[in-house]
Write a protein that binds this ligand. Structure first.
Ligand SMILES: *Cc1c(COP(=O)(O)O)cnc(C)c1O
Length: 361
C-alpha cells in the first residue's frame, strides 16, 4: 500500500471513528488478555492480526503528591519505555495486515523508538528521521531495533518535512498524522475507567505536544460516555512547556486555531512542539471537557522531577512536566478524583538528569 495523501489520512480519522461506532460493552472485554489488547473488540484490527509485546494494562497507582493522593498510571513501564507503544502496536498491526513492507516515521525520540520496535517485531523495514540533537539513548534504541536512522540537521519541523518527502514512496507511520495511532492511545481511557471500577475520574492531567494522548483519551472517554459506561467525561488538563506553548496561548485568547510562537529551550523536549498539526482538535477536546491548558517552566519541571524521584519513581524530564502541571492545576480546577501518568522512563535521559543533579553541587 502506498502512502496516502495526508489530507486523506486526516479524513480517515473520521472514518475510523465510524468503524468504531459500535457502543462500548464491558461484556466484550477479553479478560484472558492482560494487555491493552483485551479491548480488541473496540480496536480497528482483530486480535489474530495484533503485533503485540504485551503492552498496556499498566498499574494505576495511588501516589501521594503534595498531601493529596493522585492516581498515577505507570506508562513508563512499556516495552520501549513510553506510552507511545499503545499507538505503535495498533498502527503497525494495521500496516502489517495491509501488506506494508516499509514504513517511514519522524520523531524527536520516543515515538521513533516505539515504531522501530514494533516494525522489528512485525518484520517491516523502517526508516526513522530524527533531529541531529536527539538524546543518545534514544538513537541507540532505534538503531538496536534494526531501523535505518537518518539524522536531520535543523529543528523538529525540518525533520518532519524530510520524512514527508521520503514517505511519498513508503507508508507514513506518523504518530501525529496517522489516525490509527490514536486508536491505540485511546485504550489509556478504557484502562483508567476499568481500573476505577467504571467510574470516571473528575480530572485527567495529560502532556500536550502533538496530542497523541490528549486526543486518544478524548476519543476513549467519549466512547465510554456515549455508550453509558461512565457517567461523565473527565476534565482534561493539558500541560505545555512555557517556552513552547502555542495551544495554551490560543486557548487563553479564546481562539480555535494555534497562535504562531517562537519556541525557546525547555527540559521537556517531548512536548516542545511549536506547530502541532492536530492543534484545532486538541483545543476543541480540552474545551469540550471544560478542561484547561497550563504551562510549566524548567524550574517547576525540576521540582516535580525531584518530588517523583524522592519517592522512587525514575521518569524523564518531559514526564515531570506533566506532574508540574498537575501541581499547578490543583489550584485552579476542582475535582475529587485526579488521574495522571508517568509518560516516559528516566533511563533514556541520563544526560539531562545528570545535568540537573550536577547543578545542585
Ligand atoms: C510523546 C510524549 C509526550 C507528549 O505526547 P504528545 O503526543 O506529543 O502530546 C509526553 N511524554 C513523553 C515521555 C512522550 O514520549
Amino acid at each position: 500500500m502506498r502512502n496516502k495523501d495526508l489530507k486523506q489520512q486526516t479524513l480517515e480519522y473520521y472514518n475510523l471513528k465510524s468503524i468504531n461506532n459500535e457502543g462500548f460493552n464491558v461484556g466484550l472485554i477479553d479478560l484472558s488478555l492482560n494487555s491493552m489488547w483485551r479491548y480488541h473488540h473496540f480496536l480497528p484490527i482483530g486480535i489474530q492480526d495484533a503485533i503485540t509485546m504485551g503492552e498496556g494494562l499498566t498499574p494505576l497507582l495511588k501516589v501521594e503528591l503534595l498531601n493529596k493522593k493522585i492516581f498515577v498510571k505507570q506508562e513508563q513501564l512499556f516495552p520501549t519505555g513510553s506510552y507511545k507503544d499503545r499507538g505503535a502496536s495498533v498502527l503497525m498491526s494495521y500496516a502489517k495486515k495491509m501488506g506494508v513492507t516499509h514504513v517511514v516515521q519522524d520523531s524527536s525520540g520516543n515515538a521513533g523508538c516505539s515504531i522501530a520496535a514494533y516494525a522489528a517485531n512485525a518484520n517491516i523495514a523502517c526508516d526513522i528521521f530524527v533531529p541531529a540533537d536527539t538524546s543518545k539513548a534514544k538513537l541507540a534504541q532505534v538503531r538496536a531495533y534494526g531501523a535505518n536512522l537518518i539524522l536531520v540537521d535543523g529543528d523538529r519541523e525540518a525533520t518532519a518535512a524530510t520524512a514527508l518527502l521520503a514517505a511519498q514512496n513508503s507508508y507514513y507511520a506518523s504518530h501525529c498524522y496517522n489516525p490509527l495511532f490514536l486508536q491505540g492511545t485511546k485504550t489509556f481511557a478504557y484502562e483508567v475507567c476499568e481500573q476505577l471500577g467504571w467510574k470516571s475520574p473528575d480530572v485527567v492531567v495529560l502532556p500536550a505536544g502533538n496530542g497523541t494522548l490528549v486526543l486518544g483519551c478524548y476519543i476513549g472517554f467519549k466512547h465510554l460516555y456515549e455508550s453509558n459506561v461512565i457517567p461523565k467525561i473527565p476534565k482534561i488538563v493539558a500541560v505545555q512547556a512555557e517556552n513552547c506553548a502555542p495551544l495554551y496561548h490560543a486557548w487563553k485568547q479564546g481562539l480555535q486555531e494555534p497562535v504562531k510562537i517562537t519556541s525557546g529551550y525547555t527540559l521537556a523536549e517531548g512536548i516542545a512542539i511549536a506547530d502541532p498539526i492536530r492543534a484545532k482538535e486538541m483545543i476543541n477536546a480540552v474545551n469540550n471537557t471544560q478542561g484547561i491548558f497550563v504551562t510549566v517552566n524548567d524550574d517547576e519541571i525540576i521540582q516535580a522531577l525531584k518530588l517523583c524521584t524522592s519517592k522512587g519513581f525514575y521518569i524523564e524530564p518531559t514526564s515531570a512536566a506533566t506532574i508540574a502541571g498537575l501541581i499547578k492545576a490543583q489550584e485552579i480546577v476542582e475535582g475529587e478524583t485526579w488521574v495522571t501518568l508517568f509518560s516516559g522512563h528516566g533511563l533514556k535521559s541520563t544526560e539531562k538528569i545528570l545535568s540537573i543533579l550536577d547543578a545542585d553541587n
